[in-house]
Design a protein around this ligand. Sequence first.
Ligand SMILES: Cc1ncc(COP(=O)(O)O)c(C=O)c1O
Length: 353
Amino acid sequence: MTTNFVWLDGQLVDGETARVSPFDHGLLVGDGVFETLRVYGGRPFAWRRHLERLVHSASGLGLVAPGHDELRGACEAVLEANALTEARLRITVTGGVAPLGSERGDHSPTVLVAAAAVTPAPDVTAVAISPWPRNERGATAGLKTTSYAENVRALAYARVQGATEAVFENTRHELCEATGSNVFVVTGDVVRTPPASSGCLLGVTRALVLELCPTLGLAAEEVELPIGALVDGADEAFLTSTVREVQAITAVTDWNHRYTEAPGPVTRRLATAFTALVARDIDEGCDQALAQVEVGEPQVDRDPPLLLFFQAVGIYAGQGAHEGALPVVDMTGRADDQGAHDRPHALGRRRTA
Ligand SMILES: Cc1ncc(COP(=O)(O)O)c(C=O)c1O
């Protein structure tokens, strides 16, 4: 077996011999958070957004994530040591060594960075409907925690149904998300996805797709939807995630539903636009443009880099973007009934004016 180096608590170690304590709270009770990033051409994609979400998830559990420089250095060391260019990169931060119960100990968090080669996901897939709901009012709703046993169970169910993903409704019978991806439905030129209040994780890919929509002349809506909206009135449906990117849904197995076309025209356009975005370093281009909009800098006489980029590659539809300003999508994820932790986070920093 090829040696797989990992970063564990401050150093690069051989994955074969790396040792995490048997008393680690992440191992014992799933007390931890993580991020999965996609590496293209040796560079972690959408680094800043993933880091912001890691910090958000960690603070939701009362953990402190390591600083940017430490994590970036760890990720680069792991990619280099394993000579990986097309990869998935995982950062895990757990509660560290603790007593055997639910109470956390006073040790520092365990920090683990690992990577593995990855090939692009298929363009299409079938989904099942999870028999178990997502609890949108739970303490970890919207956080990317290592407590993924519910997802493991639902995904195993999907496999039995001949699907590769399971879609959750929440306790209000609304469309929520899937085990490792967000869900979108398309009706005409309108692209809809559930909001943070549904209990879904605010995916990085989801956010980017919502931002891409107006550049393609598509209306994007974050809106509460009944679970049936996955098929009722939906011309197309698709999943988004770091690993799946934009993946069309062909069928909903439990409901014997097949979409007329998968990928349909809207999903195809978004998938193409997303691929084009990947080809660009969004941390140095698109995100700078977004930051300028956020601090309210006037946008007169200047097209933002993201818009210029789409004009350059010829996939800008000329609708939805106005007077040089990036189209504004409200992704604050603000949900007043979301319990103790502050669910809105930096992924959704852009606010409607
Ligand atoms: C539960 C859940 N929802 C959605 C997503 C999609 O998020 P992202 O686009 O940031 O990968 C993931 C990613 O793993 C996930 O685990």
